[in-house]
Design a protein around this ligand. Structure first.
Ligand code: MG
Ligand code: MG
Length: 262
């Protein structure tokens, strides 16, 4: 048994149910904040609303204070890939805005992200969002006990590339549970340098493709948090917390009964 394999914390059915309770609240936070995303609102105002909803539900934001991150949500606009710090930036018609939220309930984390539209976006941005959603859906559909983690990134990369988009490789998905980030790492591309464990029942992972319209290369902004595309092309990000069950994937953070994903 490899070191990588041993460090994965599989969850019992009872524990997955507890994570489902966290995830249900996170899904409801997303449903409630969608209407707030409109031209004229600042990312800081969105963050305050998100934190209030998390705390009103008796939960704690996973990100606030995490390695010093100053806010409850990561809010990343247009060429910002992830880890945007909410603040004074005013959303404008035609922007796309990635909102990434984690919360803790009874000691269990849930983590999810979606990229929302501000007013009317152009066709290319719309295509990027659709393809990134499809990448996540395909990655989730690749989950099956007995298959390796790399099955996920392989289908994500194929789909993104077939549409002329690129996959960010320097940031990846992750195991999740009592900690926000656990083993294994879950790359969104065909990766030969990370451990590639077999997916087992009880594995819970956050799958989070970050797809760029231009180069896959990214840079860190002067605030030392915000990740930008190196060529300032648009980037989209969707994420779900997903449990591996005997029957396949169980999407814990899906946005409601009867809703496949979002
Ligand atoms: Mg996240
Ligand atoms: Mg995550």
């Amino acid at each position: 048994m490899s070191v990588a394999r041993r460090s994965i914390k599989l969850k019992s059915a009872e524990q997955v149910d507890k994570m489902q309770a966290s995830a249900d609240i996170l899904a409801s936070v997303f449903l409630e904040i969608r209407d707030l995303v409109r031209p004229g609102v600042t990312t800081g105002e969105l963050d305050l609303a998100i934190e209030a909803k998390i705390r009103d539900a008796g939960c704690v934001p996973s990100f606030k204070g995490y390695q010093g991150f100053p806010a409850s949500a990561c809010i990343s606009v247009n060429e910002e890939v992830v880890h945007g710090i909410p603040g004074e930036r005013v959303l404008r018609d035609g922007d796309i805005v990635g909102i990434d939220i984690g919360l803790i309930k009874d000691g269990w984390h849930a983590d999810s992200a979606e990229t929302l539209t501000v007013g009317q976006i152009d066709d290319e941005a719309d295509r990027l969002l659709r393809v990134t959603r499809e990448c996540l859906e395909r990655g989730i559909a690749a989950i099956e006990p007995g298959k390796r983690i790399s099955a996920i990134g392989t289908v994500i990369e194929e789909h993104a590339r077939s549409h002329g988009f690129s996959v960010v490789e320097s940031l990846v998905g992750h195991g999740i549970g009592r900690n926000l980030h656990e083993d294994p790492q879950v790359p969104n591309f065909r990766c030969y340098t990370m451990p590639d464990p077999v997916m087992e029942e009880g594995l819970v992972i956050a799958i989070e493709p970050m797809i760029n319209a231009g180069t896959k290369r990214i840079v860190t902004d002067r605030d030392e948090w915000t990740i930008l595309t190196a060529d300032r092309s648009l980037s989209a990000h969707y994420e779900h917390t997903v449990a591996v069950t005997a029957d396949g994937p169980r999407v814990l953070t899906k946005r409601g009964e009867g809703v496949a994903f979002f």
